[in-house]
Design a protein around this ligand. Structure first.
Ligand SMILES: [Zn+2]
Length: 110
């Protein structure tokens, strides 16, 4: 990792204090080094930045209510969001199976 990039990746910011600390670290980095590329929305809203020193692309998503945000390299951010989507999908399937099970139980009792 280059010395002008973020020191580490964050899969989330557990508390608002964690995000404030991250923001103050971001402010201390050489602002001219990070080029804001674009805003995007991939399940959640994010800002895309490019490090001018090493050309690494970073996605930063701010925490918002239940969403805890992240600061990840682009490829890792995409993999992370896909993992979250898969977990959501599995939870939905488990919920449907539970409802089906309860319905079958009720029908069998009648
Ligand atoms: Zn860099």
């Amino acid at each position: 990792m280059c010395e002008k990039c973020f020191k580490k990746e964050h899969e989330n910011f557990p508390s608002s204090k964690d995000f404030e600390e991250f923001q103050s670290d971001f402010d201390q980095l050489d602002e001219t080094n990070f080029q804001h590329v674009r805003n995007g929305n991939f399940k959640f809203y994010y800002n895309e930045f490019e490090c001018e020193n090493c050309n690494e692309i970073w996605w930063i998503s701010k925490p918002d209510n239940g969403w805890r945000g992240y600061c990840l390299k682009k490829d890792n951010a995409i993999a992370y969001i896909q993992k979250l989507q898969k977990q959501d999908q599995n939870a939905r399937i488990a919920c449907i199976l539970l409802v089906l099970f309860v319905l079958i139980f009720i029908v069998c009792k009648l």
